[in-house]
Ligand binder design. Structure first.
Ligand code: GSH
Length: 230
């Protein structure tokens, strides 16, 4: 199995299936296509379009099958590796985990656009301005607090991982990039959620992604609304 991803510092969508695979201990080959631009003639677009017509990462290639869209990749992995419990075992918890991932997939747009993922950056001054002036982003953060708070209160104690549904699952992988944003932009969360964020960052699959992202040093102007190139 090969997983095509973009820059680890910037590519929030790539991070989701990658940390899920890594955390579950599923073997795969990583193929990184560095962003240059998203223009049709860019190296990135040409390279990923040769793999998948959508022209976006992540893409999972398993034999003859090519899957784009991160949620479809997660579902395919969950079906292919049932013993890895990528979704919670309990039916009700599983429904809630799928809801949370679907909500993440289409939602939190104000926060995502005001605070793009940038793992190596430290931008609390930008986070403060966003939280002061951007009501929609503030609402997104409040929704995260409510959603995560409810799940953590109900499930975190059921497994030593202390994740949203107890053991690490697809929902945690799905929210990992949001946790990166909250950290980069210094957005304050409740003590319970802050503790979850720390536990998530310490999960080996997530920690490895962060280490790789910090080692990347590939500055891209078009991914950097706030920093200047050194
Ligand atoms: N809905 C897609 C989103 C994928 C996506 O937007 N990936 C970004 C990188 S993080 C990308 O490839 N962008 C290229 C572009 O927009 O042209 C998914 O879930 O996989």
């Amino acid at each position: 199995m090969r997983l095509f991803i973009g820059n680890k510092n910037y590519s929030s969508w790539s991070m989701r299936p990658w940390v899920l695979l890594k955390q579950a201990g599923i073997a795969f080959e990583e193929v990184k296509i560095l962003f240059d631009s998203f223009k049709p003639d860019s190296h990135f677009k040409q390279s990923i379009k040769a793999v998948s017509a959508l022209g976006k990462v992540p893409v999972l290639v398993d034999g003859d099958l090519t899957i784009y869209e991160s949620l479809a990749i997660v579902e395919y992995l969950a079906e292919s590796f049932p013993d890895k419990h990528l979704w919670p075992a309990d039916k009700v918890a599983r429904a809630k985990a799928r809801m949370a991932c679907a909500e993440m997939h289409v939602g939190f747009t104000a926060l995502r656009s005001a605070c793009p993922m940038n793992i190596e950056a430290s931008l609390p001054h930008i986070g403060a301005i966003v939280m002061r002036d951007n009501g929609a982003a503030v609402a997104n953060v409040k929704r995260l607090e409510t959603l995560w708070g409810e799940l953590l209160r109900q499930y975190a104690h059921t497994h030593s991982d202390g994740m949203l549904f107890g053991a690490f699952c697809a929902a945690d992988a799905y929210f990992a990039p949001v946790v990166m944003r909250l950290k980069t932009y210094g957005i304050a969360m409740s003590p319970m959620v802050t503790a979850y964020m720390s536990r998530l960052c310490a999960m080996p699959g997530v920690a490895t992604w962060i280490t790789d992202a910090l080692a990347e040093h590939e500055f891209r102007d078009f991914e950097e609304p706030y920093r200047l190139s050194q």
